[in-house]
Design a binder for this molecule. Structure first.
Ligand code: SF4
Ligand code: MG
Length: 326
């Protein structure tokens, strides 16, 4: 398995009133070519910030304070804005929650597709139109040729997100960062968009980092799952394994919330309490105030990452020393 994306010891800080707060703390993971990695956690866990760092779109007061990001073996977190802009759109594409942030309300969807295609691919105008219409057909837009002349506001939310997918795939990117791509949509539409995303990626071998608060989405689409909590990676492993037997109590809490989370906007009611914010970090394991299985040491000692089968788990319960003593 060769990694297309490798995030190594990523650290992101937020400068506020002369203080540096830690938003992402030593996060490392890889995504193999063609793999779909789900990144899950409650809002504020650092999932989007991680995706934003990969896209090279961190903005002050947030900045990368440590670590490295490699794309296809090449370091990209040190590229200048121009080089990064070229990489985005061509090799790395983004899909966000609200289609209207990706689409220009004043341009027809045809013009937007054609402009993106012609910026990155060497095609004649006629070829670009042809390609745009084919993409709309592929994402399931009826009468694609006529639809090229439509404006985003003339389409439903689900149709707009299909157009966003067409836009994301228009230059055949190798990596897609999708941040809550279906969260704004009705449940019935969510599944269709996820199926479409998965099918298009599988067909092309596109690699995906899928950011979501919804473990149900992960269960449907992801090959592996990275669980984040308070800016750290707490569990990383194959989806099937995590669905069957997650080790980290936070992951277990997320799993327990799957049925409810298919309701739109449902929060993680099964885990009482709330996640610490970067301006009020918790010592030891950041999850310990909420953890139903916390040990005495959890309040003061931060757990390192242990290997458990095919997974990595940052929890003292996974400590082989403690486990063999138990
Ligand atoms: Fe719970 Fe301790 Fe594991 Fe943290 S390290 S998740 S507090 S058992
Ligand atoms: Mg987010």
């Amino acid at each position: 398995m060769s990694a297309l994306l490798s995030v190594q010891g990523l650290r992101v800080e937020i400068a506020r009133r002369g203080r540096a707060m830690t938003a992402i703390d030593d996060v490392s993971f890889e995504i193999a070519a063609g793999e779909i990695l789900g990144v899950v956690g409650e809002s504020g866990a650092g999932k989007s910030v991680t995706g934003t760092a990969v896209l090279g779109l961190l903005e002050r007061p947030a900045y990368q304070a440590g670590g490295r990001i490699l794309f296809d073996g090449r370091r990209i977190d040190t590229l200048d804005d121009d080089a990064m802009r070229t990489l985005r759109g061509k090799e790395i594409a983004a899909v966000f929650q609200d289609p209207l942030t990706s689409l220009d309300p004043l341009m027809t969807i045809g013009d937007q597709l054609i402009e993106t295609i012609r910026t990155h691919l060497d095609l004649t105008p006629a070829e670009a139109v042809e390609r745009a219409a084919r993409l709309l057909a592929e994402v399931g837009i009826p009468a694609p040729r006529e639809r090229l002349a439509s404006y985003p506001h003339e389409m439903s939310g689900g149709m707009r997100q299909r157009v966003v997918l067409a836009l994301a795939f228009s230059c055949e990117p190798r990596l897609i960062i999708a941040d809550e791509p279906t969260t704004a949509l009705d449940v019935s539409i969510q599944a269709q968009i996820l199926d479409l995303l998965r099918a298009m990626c599988r067909e092309r071998g596109t690699t995906v980092m899928l950011v979501t608060h919804d473990m149900g989405v992960i269960a449907e689409v992801a090959d592996r799952v990275a669980v984040m909590y308070a800016g750290r990676l707490v569990e990383l492993g194959p989806t099937a394994g995590l669905l069957g037997e997650a080790v980290h109590p936070y992951t277990r809490g997320l799993m327990a919330s799957i049925p409810d989370m298919h309701r739109r906007d449902a929060e993680l009611a099964q885990i009482p309490g709330s996640m610490p914010r970067p301006d009020a970090p918790v010592p030891g394991c950041a999850f310990h105030p909420r953890c139903p299985r916390a040990l005495v040491r959890c309040a003061s000692e931060r757990p390192p990452t242990f290997a458990v089968g095919a997974s990595q788990v940052a929890c003292w319960l996974a400590d082989p020393v403690a486990r063999s003593a138990a």
